[in-house]
Design a protein around this ligand. Structure first.
Ligand code: 13P
Ligand code: SF4
Length: 341
């Protein structure tokens, strides 16, 4: 029998028809949301599900999306690499990218025949903003013959003048796959330094930073360990090297999620965007998440009402210049051939 919350009367928009239609989703997420939260959420969920059917659409969501989007309406969730990989397998006319703009652009480049929508085109990324195609061309002139690996957190223009892209899940593997003694790894300075610490390949860096991860400090990790001596610390490779040195494990957003699921630590602190902890709580009830909240303002721009607008009005459609897309796809395909390494 399908369970339904009792508080049907609490929100006039939460009709018994909506309760009935959303009951299978409620059944799946009832340990994640309180009844009060669900009564507020269900009308949005119902409308998004209706629009997805009408438009033959699916929603791809990054691990940093809020709990409502992540658990209730997403069809595929994952880190940047998983979203890029899964985007190539999608059988739908419309893809809504619940994440930031470079992810939507990547999806469009890998699926030129699909309509790709982003619910808020202002959802940018400080790393993608930090470098232009002209910067890459200048660096190539400074280091002739040295291959360029760019982080997937870049614009299509930047990817188009790169040899291969990478994500935090496969940066080291991509760098080593080139068989070169020296590689430019742009634009995330900390990711590049963190990869350099693990490889024999000489890495040339660029001064780009993630505005969320650059703020974490080694002192924060020390303080955390003093307060919670049993805590397991996981850090994203966009953090400064001194933070990673103090962490027990470092990996992409999915790498950290898998670590928690597989190792079931008693207490864990994720040194990354804090929606990650919110999303992992549901599947890991035996783990206590110690949170230090650091939200990505760009990721947070994507909301349930904006997804409804996006699917209703088919906005904002993501387009990429064809010549740029062809070149950028070569760099993405080169990365996909390496996979997770
Ligand atoms: P992941 O590739 O690990 O999902 O990271 C993307 C990102 O934007 C991290 O800040
Ligand atoms: Fe960009 Fe940092 Fe936000 Fe990730 S968390 S999207 S790298 S600004």
């Amino acid at each position: 029998m399908i369970a339904m919350p009792q508080a049907v009367q609490a929100n006039p928009d939460y009709t018994s028809e909506i309760a009935e239609r959303t009951a299978p989703i409620y059944d799946r997420v009832k340990n994640v949301f309180s009844d009060e939260e669900w009564v507020h959420l269900a009308p949005y969920v119902d409308e998004i599900e209706r629009l997805k059917k009408e438009r033959n659409a699916i929603i791809l969501a990054h691990n940093y999306q809020t709990r409502d989007i992540f658990h209730c309406v997403s069809d595929i969730v994952g880190d940047s690499l998983a979203l890029a990989q899964r985007a190539t397998e999608v059988d739908a006319d419309v893809i809504v990218l619940a994440g930031v703009h470079f992810m939507a652009e990547t999806t469009k480049i890998l699926n030129p025949s699909k309509t790709v929508l982003i619910p808020d085109p202002q959802a940018g990324c400080s790393l993608a903003e930090s470098i232009t195609a002209e910067d890459i061309i200048k660096m190539r002139a400074l280091y002739p013959g040295v291959p360029v690996v760019t982080y997937v957190n870049t614009s299509a223009d930047v990817k188009a003048v790169s040899d291969v892209t990478c994500t935090s899940a496969n940066a080291k593997q991509v760098v080593e796959s080139l068989g070169a003694d020296r590689v430019m790894l742009f634009p995330d300075e900390f990711l590049a330094q963190n990869v350099a610490a693990e490889t024999e390949v000489e890495i040339i860096t660029f001064p780009g930073r993630c505005e969320v991860h650059e703020k974490f400090s080694a002192k924060q990790v020390d303080d955390l360990r003093r307060s919670y001596p049993a805590v397991t610390v996981l850090a994203h490779p966009e953090c400064p090297p001194e933070v990673l040195q103090k962490a027990d494990f470092s990996g992409s957003t999915s790498g950290m999620a898998n670590f928690v699921t597989e190792n079931k630590p008693e207490q864990v602190a994720l040194i990354t965007e804090c929606s990650m902890s919110d999303n992992l709580v549901a599947g890991n009830p035996e783990t206590k998440f110690i949170r230090s909240c650091s939200l990505c303002p760009h990721m947070q721009l994507i909301t349930m009402p904006k997804i409804i607008d996006s699917l209703t009005n088919m906005t904002v459609e993501v387009t990429v210049d064809e010549a740029v897309a062809v070149e950028a796809k070569k760099a993405l395909d080169n990365m996909l051939a390496v996979g997770r390494g």
